[in-house]
Design a binder for this molecule. Structure first.
Ligand SMILES: CC(=O)N[C@H]1[C@@H](OP(=O)(O)OP(=O)(O)OC[C@H]2O[C@@H](n3ccc(=O)[nH]c3=O)[C@H](O)[C@@H]2O)O[C@H](CO)[C@@H](O)[C@@H]1O[C@H](C)C(=O)N[C@@H](C)C(=O)N[C@H](CCC(=O)O)C(=O)O
Ligand SMILES: Nc1ncnc2c1ncn2[C@@H]1O[C@H](COP(=O)(O)OP(=O)(O)OP(=O)(O)O)[C@@H](O)[C@H]1O
Length: 486
């Protein structure tokens, strides 16, 4: 693609009419630049990409996109915000792939991964070829690729969509983080359906206030309403029981459908009955009631199911097929996952790492636990510090034996993170064991028949980040070894 054509969608104040090289790739990392690349300078959190422009040109860059004038031998195109411009160019370079996909975006504090997996299951059970982008991995057809971010940056994202099309994928389901929305990573994605799960405290290290966090998520819904050229209606699927939905309703020009339990909604759950094996309820749609018997537990699972049912329903999948598919879901990796090695007590590994999700999971455990509840919990380093005392307080409120430990301390001192947690529970009973393996072993060694142990925070993760080192660590493996070694 010629440079002048490529930069046209940027609608530059003064259109670019300089030399017009053929652009063979777009890169924002000078180490990946090849002959003919357009190098985009991004001011990062650790380094400034503008400092690598000269080296990019040496590596073969045919042009550079920058936020300032640079003395280079190739054309330099200047824009105010290279990150946003990169999203527009990536979409154009890969020929607007999301216009050819049925694209579903899911945002919210909790439940994005679970809901996206449920939706993906429904579509693939109906022989759709699906793609999935989220915290656990990116899936393109049958191939799974490890990811660094829940929502990758725009170049990776748009290339991924193009690869999906090449692999015959027709439906892409993606988690959309508030960071990605705020940074403009998903700018240019043509969503068909945007789903909101819920909004509770998280990521205040980045967003600073809940208002800013709530507003960032609204961008998905305003973006949804802006494009009508796919020849089919667009839908915002909102949680009627979460007050933030009001803002998202106002933000979008798309059709709004709601789901809920406590308030009236287009997809309404009633007669919810929970056991330790699963949940039954009725889904009421347009005054018709459909019974469903799922293998997931907790009120939060009912919300995730309702959001998935609503999304599939507005995608014109028959309700009977949707229900059959969801009833077949046994669980999602690292979400309320049982570790069973023949022991007489229950061990659950769950990804709950926000106050709200921890409380939901502990409440659910409380509803069936007959004896003591142990919780092993930590808080991530270099992340929202205000969560720490709250996570500790919730643990002490619901668990008989709260054990505070480490969870990816990163560059922070583990004991300092634990101190922040302890500040939320002075005078309460808890145990502090900084080493996560020792904490798990201690709980398992103390447990007796009928107890429940929740190992919270890491779910599907298979590592522990201490300093800048990444160590192999899987709560499920450690728990199994501890049970076998008892
Ligand atoms: C704060 C943040 O968002 N950081 C993201 C950012 O990294 P960064 O700003 O540190 O980048 P940098 O290393 O300073 O580099 C700046 C520029 O120089 C370039 N560079 C750099 C070095 C070099 O030798 N040559 C070169 O050209 C880089 O390619 C880049 O373009 O760009 C990286 C590549 O796109 C991201 O992976 C990284 O996300 C990190 C891992 C991160 O933790 N992000 C969090 C805040 C995040 O986005 N989280 C959300 C939600 C998670 C949740 O819901 O729990 C997510 O969607 O993941
Ligand atoms: N709808 C929900 N409401 C509240 N808590 C939930 C909900 N769904 C799941 N959870 C809890 O939150 C944890 C994380 O769930 P999930 O991975 O689906 O969320 P997520 O939004 O993808 O999280 P992240 O953005 O951190 O990746 C689960 O392990 C469970 O404890």
């Amino acid at each position: 693609m010629k440079l002048q054509d490529l930069v046209q969608p940027l609608h530059l104040l003064v259109p670019y009419e300089g030399t017009n090289p053929e652009i063979t790739s777009i890169e924002n990392d000078n180490r990946k630049v090849q002959n003919g690349s357009l190098f985009i300078c991004i001011k990062g959190y650790t380094v400034d990409g503008h400092d690598f422009a000269e080296s990019a040109v040496k590596n073969g860059a045919a042009a550079v996109l920058s936020e300032k004038a640079l003395p280079l031998s190739v054309p330099v195109i200047i824009v105010n915000d290279t990150t946003r411009a990169m999203a527009v160019l990536a979409d154009a370079f890969y020929n607007h792939p999301t216009k050819k996909l049925h694209l579903i975006g899911i945002t919210g504090t909790n439940g994005k991964t679970t809901t996206s997996h449920l939706i993906e299951k429904i579509f693939s059970d109906l022989n759709h070829s699906t793609g999935l982008i989220g915290t656990m991995y990116t899936k393109i057809g049958d191939q799974k690729i490890e990811t660094k971010n829940t929502t990758p940056e725009s170049l990776v994202l748009q290339k991924g969509f193009q690869q999906m099309l090449d692999a015959g994928v027709d439906t892409a389901i993606m988690e959309v983080s508030s960071h990605a929305l705020h940074m403009g990573r998903v700018h240019g994605c043509d969503y068909d359906i945007a789903v909101f799960t819920n909004l509770t405290q998280d990521h205040l290290d980045y967003h600073k206030t809940m208002e800013d966090y709530m507003h960032a998520k609204s961008l998905l819904f305003s973006q949804l309403g802006n494009t009508f050229d796919k020849g089919k209606p667009k839908f915002a699927v909102l949680n009627a029981d979460d007050t933030a939905s009001e803002l998202y309703r106002k933000s979008t020009a798309a059709h709004v459908v709601t789901y809920g339990i406590d308030n009236e909604a287009d997809f309404h759950a009633r007669n919810i009955q929970m056991s330790s094996a699963g949940t039954t309820f009725e889904i009421v749609i347009k005054e018709k009631s459909y019974p469903i018997d799922i293998q997931l537990i907790g009120k939060f699972s009912v919300y995730n199911v309702l959001a998935s049912v609503a999304t599939a329903f507005v995608s014109k999948i028959p309700i009977e097929a949707i229900i059959e598919s969801i009833e077949g879901v046994k669980g999602v990796d690292g979400r309320f996952e049982l570790v069973n090695a023949g022991q007489e007590f229950t061990v659950i590994v769950d990804y709950a790492h926000t106050p709200d999700s921890l409380e939901n999971v502990l409440k659910t455990i409380q509803s069936f636990a007959k004896k003591r509840i142990f919780v092993i919990v930590g808080c991530g380093g270099d992340r929202d510090k205000t969560k720490r005392p709250l996570m500790a307080e919730i643990s002490c409120r619901y668990a008989t034996v709260p054990i505070f430990t480490s969870d990816n301390p990163r560059s922070e001192e583990p004991l300092a993170i634990l101190k922040d947690m302890e500040d939320g529970v002075s005078g309460k009973d808890y145990i502090t064991i900084p080493d996560r393996r020792e904490a798990i072993i201690a709980a398992i060694n103390q447990a007796t028949a009928g107890d429940v142990i929740l190992i919270a925070g890491k779910g599907h993760e298979t590592y522990q980040i201490i300093g800048s080192n990444v160590y192999d660590f899987d709560d499920r493996v450690v728990a199994r070894e501890a049970i076998e070694g008892r």
